[in-house]
Design a binder for this molecule. Structure first.
Ligand SMILES: [Zn+2]
Length: 119
């Protein structure tokens, strides 16, 4: 091969590597974590963290998804523990409202898929 061919090959491989990196990064975001909301042990809904949303849970708790975080912003429970909890954004993090039996659990996209297969 001529020297020019090697440069061309390197450029193609470099571009492919960049595209692959972008693809992986996009996949990482695409399979972004979701907030799984359960009420009294039953699934209420699943909400992707990459979409801002305001969710009324069972008319008792208000969950806001903003900036890839799930945050309980208001609740009618007496202790307000859930409201005072930090926003959840990472896989496995939970926001729990004991009086209303509301649980918000963050699940990573990939692990959620594995769960579905396992189920
Ligand atoms: Zn609460």
């Amino acid at each position: 091969m001529k020297k020019g061919d090697w440069i061309w090959l390197a450029a193609v491989l470099g571009a492919a590597a960049v595209l692959f990196a972008i693809y992986m990064a996009y996949q990482g975001r695409g399979s972004a974590a979701v907030a799984v909301v359960t009420v009294d042990g039953e699934e209420f809904g699943v909400y992707p963290l990459d979409q801002d949303a305001q969710i009324w849970i069972n008319g008792t708790n208000e969950l806001v998804i903003r900036g890839h975080e799930a945050d309980m912003v208001s609740a009618d429970c007496p202790d307000q523990v859930c409201v005072n909890q930090k926003p959840a954004s990472r896989n496995g993090e939970t926001i729990v409202c004991l009086p209303n039996k509301v649980v918000v659990e963050i699940r990573g996209g990939q692990e959620a898929e594995v769960d579905q297969v396992a189920n």
